[in-house]
Design a protein around this ligand. Structure first.
Ligand SMILES: Cc1cc2nc3c(=O)[nH]c(=O)nc-3n(C[C@H](O)[C@H](O)[C@H](O)COP(=O)(O)O)c2cc1C
Length: 260
């Protein structure tokens, strides 16, 4: 299936709730426990090169979860994880981080053959990752971001950016997205609202207004049917992370039965 067909398949999904990525947690086994619940499940983040994987190892040393593996075995591992995630009956997106594109390209090609979306992580704020100039730091370096996106543009899989709002200002974020817009298909927006426990809807509203051709996933603090409906005013889909960890998913089952 080519990229355009994959985009059509995403656009035609009836289920509007997506599982957001959580490093060290959202793998194939995690996803397949939620059969029929999500339109898309996101696995990862997976670190694709030695430097980034070493950063993941350092993160684990201070007690945070990360996916750790032998990079030599990455092809078999990711095929297996994607296949398990597909048992959820959702499309599968793979959230990735890398510093060295050349070293990661072969792994990205394998992901592209098996997954429905590749999601480039411009979101991570763990210092071991940001020290490499990646994760949310990519939002401050539009040239590097663009070079990564140009490097993956020939893959036959839609590319999404997972971005964090309010790391750079909204105007700068939109400018960076505009600068790179020819090379990605969707924007997954964590409407992160510093110091608040609710989403920055204004950020989502502006991003969706500025990028009407892109598939928009809204994210942050969606915990109920009402929250999801609110966010869907400005997004094609909404994603959830922490509420799934809490086991708070009954509302999603009910939401899926509702006429939109
Ligand atoms: C434990 C944990 C790990 C996370 N790991 C990732 C990650 O690897 N990649 C990523 O893009 N976002 C990651 N996130 C962010 C979530 O995908 C999501 O954007 C954030 O939790 C806000 O959504 P929520 O309010 O539904 O939890 C992580 C969040 C948590 C709680």
């Amino acid at each position: 299936m080519g990229k355009d067909e994959k985009i059509e398949k995403i656009r035609s999904l009836n289920k509007k709730i997506i599982l957001a990525p959580m490093a060290g947690i959202t793998d194939g086994d995690f996803c397949r426990k939620f059969k029929g619940l999500f339109g898309i499940v996101t696995i990862g983040a997976y670190s694709l090169d030695e430097d980034t994987l070493n950063a993941s190892r350092d993160i684990v040393k201070r007690g945070r979860e990360e996916f750790i593996y032998n990079l030599e075995d990455f092809g078999d591992i990711i095929r297996n994880e994607i296949n398990k995630a597909k048992e959820s009956d959702a499309l599968v997106s793979v959230n990735v981080r890398f510093k060295n594109l050349d070293e990661s390209l072969e792994r990205l090609e394998i992901i592209s053959k098996h997954a429905d979306i590749i999601e480039l992580n411009c979101h991570c704020r763990q210092k071991e990752i940001t020290n490499l100039g990646i994760g949310q730091e990519l939002l401050k370096n539009k040239e590097l971001l663009k070079s990564y996106l140009i490097g993956v543009k020939d893959l036959d899989t839609p590319i999404f950016l997972k971005v964090r709002a309010n790391f750079v200002g909204l105007y700068e974020l939109i400018k960076t997205l505009n600068y790179t817009k020819d090379y990605f298909d969707g924007i997954h927006v964590d409407c992160f609202n510093p110091g608040k426990d609710y989403a920055d809807m204004e950020a989502l509203k502006e991003i969706s207004k500025n990028f009407p051709d892109k598939i928009i996933i809204g994210n942050n603090s969606v915990n109920s049917i009402e929250d999801a409906k609110n966010m869907l005013k400005y997004a094609d889909f909404v994603s959830v992370a922490r509420c799934v960890l809490r086991g708070d998913v009954e509302w999603i089952k009910e939401f899926n039965t509702m006429e939109m």
